[in-house]
Ligand binder design. Structure first.
Ligand SMILES: *[C@@H]1O[C@H](CO)[C@@H](O)[C@H](O)[C@H]1NC(C)=O
Ligand SMILES: *[C@@H]1O[C@H](CO)[C@@H](O)[C@H](O)[C@H]1NC(C)=O
Length: 352
């Protein structure tokens, strides 16, 4: 009697064990959306308020169009925006949506009485500085501003993490390639990195190293000391990098191509000219606005992705669509319009 009871208990536990194993594996499998063992590219972005949301859709769309590897997006946005993303993704072809994963994260800043993190520069752009502490389980990401369009396979960008030396944890491009074009050289009165300062719009971030380095803890005192920051958190990042230059890895300008690289007489980004633009960054709202820096060629590329035809299947079709957009947007041979061929070539290189 006693012995039987013991046996049945044992069987019972074996059953429970089997059951739990099955549950565990079926759940685990569900989370593995990507079937292949391909390297997943992790991309973080922040999109607060409603005015930037279209830009963000196009950023995501262009990344997926041009990247063969699966991408996992970490989307920082307010709760009320989440449905808008889901509705947009539903409009895209199913096999296209299968190529990426996404998760939403609520914008989150350290509690502070004396620093307005959220209001610093554009809404929630300062978010990027705090990613390492919020995304505790993530090793590394590419941080990409929502006003950007990805024109090359992000794997080529991601692979540059391998080039970091033992101290480097943040990859960033110069604010401008030429000193005379950098705002840091002429009009900024806070310390900044190197001779030209870096642009914070596109960053490679190794969170594991940033956490170890206590990056955020090191940043806060600077935020208290320097209160008049022309470009908000980008200036703050420059200040930290000024005092800790070893942690930066300079990345090529073609991965953060802005109007500084084509607008002015001395503008140049040689690698983009030779090998195409990697990420087109529409800072100063150049994808949308027509005032101040009017760059119809940036607007044309933006519209190309905005109205992207998922059926496009030849280089000549891209040429046709772009020629039409150049006409509609009145692209001339002025300023960045002079480099029409570079923009066109960049779209054609990778797209098909
Ligand atoms: C980030 O740094 C950690 C610690 O040095 C390293 O183990 C990891 O491979 C790095 N991540 C990438 C993507 O290089
Ligand atoms: C900026 O850089 C240029 C070119 O290197 C240099 O001549 C100039 O003195 C620097 N400072 C300002 C304020 O432009």
């Amino acid at each position: 009697m006693h012995r039987n009871l013991f046996l049945s208990r044992k069987k019972y536990w074996i059953l429970v064990f089997c059951f739990l194993t099955i549950v565990y594996f079926s759940l685990f499998k569900k989370n593995q959306k990507f079937e292949t063992k391909a390297q997943v590219i992790h991309v973080a972005l922040a999109s607060c308020g409603s005015s930037r949301i279209d830009e963000t859709f196009n950023m995501i769309k262009s990344s997926v169009i041009n990247t063969k590897s699966p991408i996992h997006f970490y989307i920082f946005t307010e709760f009320e925006n989440q449905d808008l993303f889901k509705i947009e993704f539903k409009k895209w072809p199913r096999n296209f949506v299968k190529k990426f994963n996404f998760e939403f994260l609520e914008p989150e800043f350290p509690k502070s009485n004396d620093i307005d993190w959220k209001g610093m520069y554009a809404p929630c752009s300062a978010q990027r500085l705090f990613l390492p502490s919020i995304m505790k389980n993530v090793d590394s990401v590419l941080y990409i501003d929502s006003d950007s369009l990805v024109l090359k396979d992000l794997k080529l960008f991601w692979d540059q993490f391998k080039d970091f030396d033992e101290f480097q944890m943040i990859g960033a491009a110069w604010e401008a390639e030429q000193e005379s074009l950098s705002y840091y050289n002429s009009s900024i009165n806070v310390p900044f990195y190197g001779k030209k300062g870096i642009n914070a719009g596109i960053l490679m971030m190794n969170f594991t190293r940033m956490r170890e380095f206590e990056f955020i803890e090191k940043l806060i005192p600077y935020a208290k000391k320097y209160t008049n920051l022309r470009w908000g958190d980008q200036c703050l990042l420059n200040i930290v990098l000024h005092f800790n230059p070893k942690i930066v890895k300079l990345i090529d300008c073609s991965w953060n191509y802005r109007l500084e690289h084509c607008r002015f007489l001395v503008s140049e980004c040689r690698n983009a000219e030779n090998y195409g633009i990697g990420i087109l960054h529409g800072s100063r709202q150049v994808f949308k606005k027509t005032n101040f820096y009017d760059e119809p060629i940036f607007r044309s590329v933006y519209k190309f992705f905005n109205q992207y035809d998922f059926e496009l299947d030849s280089k000549s079709e891209i040429h046709q669509v772009m020629t039409k957009l150049f006409l509609e947007n009145k692209v001339t041979n002025e300023f960045c319009g002079l480099r029409k061929n570079l923009f066109l070539k960049s779209l054609q290189i990778n797209l098909l």
